[in-house]
Design a protein. Structure first.
Length: 163
C-alpha cells in the first residue's frame, strides 16, 4: 500500500520522513559530490535532480532515503563517466578543454586521472568514507579500492610534478 500524502501533498517515507525535508537537507551535499566526480556543476545538478525524481516515484518503498539518494547519485555519476569514455573512443578527434587560470591546479590534475581512481579518491577524502563503504558503493573489493586510491595518489603526484 502506498504512503498517503501529507497536508502539503508529499508522501511520507519511512518513519514519517517527508520528501521535501529530505530534499532540502541532502540536495546541496549530493550536488557537490556529483560535481567532484563528474567535473561539471550543470551535470551534477541534473544527476541529483534525476535521482530525486526516481526516489520520489518510490518514496514509500525506500527504507533509507538519504542512503538511497547517495548511492543513486554515485551510480549515476559513474555511469556518466563510463558513457563519456565510450563516446570519446568513437569521437573523430579528441577535444581538449582549456581551463580558466583561476581553477586550482589540483582540480585540473584530479580531472585528468582515470574516472574510477577519481571516484575512489573523492569518496575517500571528500566524503571521508571508509574503504569498506567505498567498496560497497563502487561494487568492488576492499583491496581493489585500496589499490585505486594508491594509484590515484601516484597519478596525482605525476600530474602535479612530485610537489
Amino acid at each position: 500500500m502506498a504512503a498517503l500524502p501529507d497536508a502539503a501533498g508529499q508522501p511520507d517515507g519511512p518513519a514519517g520522513v517527508d520528501f521535501e525535508t529530505t530534499y532540502r537537507r541532502e540536495q546541496l551535499r549530493l550536488v557537490r559530490l556529483a560535481h567532484l566526480i563528474t567535473g561539471s556543476n550543470a551535470v551534477a545538478e541534473e544527476l541529483v535532480h534525476d535521482a530525486f525524481i526516481a526516489a520520489y516515484r518510490r518514496w514509500d518503498k525506500i527504507s533509507d532515503p538519504p542512503g538511497y539518494l547517495y548511492r543513486s547519485v554515485v551510480n549515476r555519476s559513474r555511469s556518466l563517466l563510463r558513457r563519456r569514455a565510450v563516446e570519446s573512443r568513437f569521437r573523430a578527434g579528441h577535444l581538449s578543454v582549456v581551463l580558466p587560470p583561476e581553477i586550482d591546479g589540483v582540480w585540473g590534475a584530479l580531472s585528468r586521472i582515470p574516472p574510477r581512481r577519481r571516484t575512489a579518491l573523492v569518496l575517500r577524502y571528500y566524503e571521508d568514507l571508509s574503504v569498506a563503504q567505498i567498496a560497497k558503493l563502487m561494487n568492488a573489493r576492499p583491496g581493489t579500492v585500496r589499490s585505486l586510491i594508491h594509484r590515484a595518489h601516484e597519478s596525482l603526484r605525476k600530474e602535479l610534478g612530485d610537489d
